[in-house]
Design a protein around this ligand. Structure first.
Ligand code: CTP
Ligand code: CA
Length: 224
């Protein structure tokens, strides 16, 4: 029903959310991955969709089920390079990008086209890894004035200091900082601090990832 749709605060807004971890192939059977479950990103996609936005969820490796909401456009990717291409393509005419995905920082310089075998004569294996491209940085630096980019910062120490550096270096509008040394991966709850480009900080109490997602959407509604 058109009437109801257009009543929602974010109707007509195009929102891109990334979730889960990217995976980097080592050979045809093995990969480098990370502990991201996708819970935070999926909750954010759901919250934006509930607010009436046109949502695309670009997801990598996740360990929970995908959103059931039929209005969310689902795009699956594997590697960080695939995620970069999907984000660029979908955010071109987008209003908001939320990079909740745990993007791999390293990939194989050259993926082996055959299964790496254990050899009799050696007890170690060296993998030569190179840096992946920073999606948040690349997209933030190429964005238009009216496009909003929100990144995350996963830290185990010096949370605010490290997250502030990320906010500045990457050029995002907001960073959602969280301490991942404290049982965050796969958990239903998290404690985050929001860092804003203008310099303010908001320390949110520990709450469910669904509540964090809704609070983020409320914050963005007030800006758009
Ligand atoms: N990110 C990205 N592309 C990458 C790496 C990270 O877009 N290649 C994004 C993440 O999605 C997140 C933010 O950058 O929104 C911060 O990720 P994080 O892992 O906390 O920081 P890094 O910049 O990768 O630095 P480090 O892992 O060394 O702390
Ligand atoms: Ca990283």
């Amino acid at each position: 029903n058109q009437q109801i749709v257009s009543d929602k605060a974010l109707s007509g807004k195009k929102v891109i959310v990334t979730a889960g971890g990217t995976i980097e192939a080592i050979d045809p059977v093995r990969y480098i991955g990370n502990r991201s479950s996708g819970k935070m990103g999926i909750a954010i996609a759901e919250a934006f969709s509930n607010a009436g936005a046109d949502v695309s969820l670009i997801y990598g490796n996740i360990s929970i089920s995908l959103p059931k909401n039929p209005n969310i456009n689902l795009i699956h990717v594997e590697s960080s390079e695939d995620m970069l291409q999907a984000v660029k393509e979908n955010f071109k005419d987008g209003d908001v990008l939320v990079m909740a995905a745990a993007v791999a920082d390293w990939r194989m310089e050259k993926v082996s086209d055959h299964k790496l075998k254990k050899h009799q004569d050696t007890n170690s294996l060296d993998l030569h890894l190179v840096k992946t491209k920073d999606i948040l940085k690349e997209v933030s630096q190429g964005k238009q004035e009216n496009q909003l980019v929100i990144g995350f910062a996963a830290e185990t120490n010096d949370l605010i200091e490290n997250a502030t550096k990320k906010l500045q270096k990457k050029g995002a509008d907001y960073i959602v900082a969280n301490d991942v040394s404290k049982n965050v991966f796969g958990n239903d709850q998290d404690q985050v601090t929001i860092l804003k480009k203008e310099g303010e900080k908001e320390n949110w109490p520990r709450m469910s990832k669904i509540k964090i997602a809704n609070k983020l959407v409320e914050m963005i509604k007030s800006i758009l």
